[in-house]
Design a protein around this ligand. Structure first.
Ligand SMILES: CC(C)(COP(=O)(O)OP(=O)(O)OC[C@H]1O[C@@H](n2cnc3c(N)ncnc32)[C@H](O)[C@@H]1OP(=O)(O)O)[C@@H](O)C(=O)NCCC(=O)NCCS
Length: 142
């Protein structure tokens, strides 16, 4: 497995396109990670998001994104995770979460997560996220 951890605006354009196209939209909204990856292709401003991409045999398994933009004034950094469907329930979401936590820690911050639906709430409960680490407006309860 191979990690690529970098300011998303400084990643190779091909990788940014790969992150964008791997992340589908939700039924009612454009996915936030996808928007970030899309904007970084057309408007590559640095310092907004750190992307953490996980590859196996050159194939993207999933990626996490640390939000420096929304977390500027906070002791906790918002993180988002995405694992491609065919690789789910193999422990990659947990691995990405741990890596994102390390990245935040190196910047002196904790993490904050956004459990936005039944599945992600189940995942965050399974990895023992506490309610203190849940971003305002989100909940761990079903
Ligand atoms: C949430 C997500 C990142 C989990 O990735 P994953 O690689 O499947 O996670 P793991 O394999 O590490 O799962 C660890 C445990 O979390 C729990 N879990 C994972 N997915 C779950 C789901 N859909 N429903 C309920 N519990 C779930 C399980 O207990 C799982 O252990 P198990 O597979 O041995 O039962 C992935 O489903 C995903 O990308 N979803 C779409 C994007 C998203 O909602 N991201 C999170 C908010 S930003």
């Amino acid at each position: 497995m191979r990690w690529l951890i970098k300011d998303i605006a400084k990643m190779d354009v091909g990788i940014r396109r790969m992150l964008r196209s791997a992340t589908p939209n939700w039924r009612d909204a454009e996915d936030y990670m996808r928007v970030a990856a899309r904007e970084s292709v057309t408007d590559p401003k640095s310092g907004k998001y750190i992307a953490i991409a996980l590859f196996r045999n050159q194939k993207l398994i999933g990626w996490a994104m640390c939000d420096l933009w929304l977390s500027q004034c906070s002791k906790k950094m918002r993180i988002y995770l995405y694992v491609k469907r065919q690789y789910r329930h193999m422990g990659f979401g947990t691995l990405l979460f741990r890596k994102a936590k390390e990245v935040a820690k190196r910047r002196g911050k904790g993490v904050r997560v956004c459990p936005h639906n039944k599945e992600s709430r189940g995942f965050f409960r399974a990895i023992r996220i506490t309610k203190e680490d849940v971003a305002p407006g989100y909940t761990l309860s079903t």
